[in-house]
Design a protein around this ligand. Structure first.
Ligand code: ATP
Length: 280
């Protein structure tokens, strides 16, 4: 496929041989503030990673660097064997806010937008749109405008629109964070089902430990910032779809809770807040 890759070929051999992701000693700063540093992480092709950590530790910053929106000030990032230098159609991004949709286009036109930009033939565009709208259960709403949809439906359109570009990697930054608890639960189940059908490489940022265990092959925990790094990594060796009531789920939840609350306490102390008082 010829595409207008915005990523530069790395001068030397990249450390990945497939469509995975490699972050090698990555640091990202904003002026004098070093948000993350020394991030080493490998994500295999088709792997679903959830990134957890205390608020403000730098999860979104890492995602923005992977998407090519922010440049690291140290280290290197490879995606599918190419060094990331700027945003690329190889990498689809779903944000928390479903307002990323084009209000003046119907659901069908929103999902067809990427394939149309890639000059995909019209008949094929229709097939792609039908496939991805079917996947998110919204074929019946193809003719509606975003303003005529609920928040959950808009978010599903956003996911379909990103997947219709058939990116190698999907980055999701708290995509269900703004949804009510019930819609969120349905969306988590749907995403699990969609991912099992497509097996793209996914990096999913969340605050929610249960969401991470429901979705991830591996949960990666970051330390408190500044200069946050990867603290630990947990393989989620539970059969899908996962049951929150299972013993394995509960055991992993309590290990993750202990690990993250240690970092939250560090983060609160750094802000001059006594964590014991804050909990009282
Ligand atoms: N554009 C920016 N300019 C300056 N500082 C920034 C910028 N973007 C992020 N930061 C800082 O970098 C740190 C990491 O922010 P980031 O949003 O990545 O954290 P996060 O872990 O995703 O937070 P949350 O869980 O609350 O969404 C924070 O201290 C934040 O204030």
């Amino acid at each position: 496929m010829t595409s207008n890759f915005d990523v530069a070929m790395s001068g030397d051999s990249p450390p990945v041989r497939d469509s995975g992701i490699v972050l090698e000693d990555v640091g990202i700063g904003f002026g004098a503030f070093q948000a993350v540093s020394g991030i080493d992480l490998e994500i295999a092709e088709g792997e679903f990673i959830c990134l957890l950590g205390p608020s403000g530790c730098g999860k979104s910053t890492v995602l923005m660097a992977l998407a090519g929106f922010v440049a690291p000030n140290h280290g290197r990032i490879w995606l599918g064997g190419r060094e990331v230098a700027s945003p690329s159609p190889d990498c689809g991004v779903v944000f928390q806010n479903s307002d990323a949709l084009f209000d003046w286009l119907t659901v069908r036109q929103n999902v067809a937008f990427g394939p149309r930009m890639r000059s995909v033939a019209q008949a094929r565009q229709r097939e792609i749109v039908d496939e991805y709208l079917g996947l998110v259960g919204l074929r019946h709403a193809a003719g509606r405008y975003p303003s005529q949809l609920s928040g959950g439906m808009r978010q599903r359109v956003q996911i379909a629109r990103v997947l219709a570009n058939e990116p190698r990697v999907v980055l999701m930054d708290e995509p269900f964070g703004a949804l009510d608890a019930q819609t969120r639960e349905v969306m988590q189940q749907e995403l699990d089902r969609i991912w099992r059908a497509h097996r793209s490489t996914v990096l999913f940022v969340t605050h929610d430990i249960d969401e991470a265990i429901l979705l991830a092959d591996r949960v990666v925990v970051m330390t408190a910032g500044p200069s946050a790094r990867v603290k630990s990594s947990y393989e989620v060796d539970l059969p899908r779809p996962r049951q929150e009531s299972s013993a394995g789920f509960a055991e992993l939840r309590s290990r993750l809770r202990a690990d993250i609350s240690e970092e939250v306490r560090i983060s609160l102390r750094a802000q001059g807040i006594d964590p014991e008082r804050a909990a009282a």
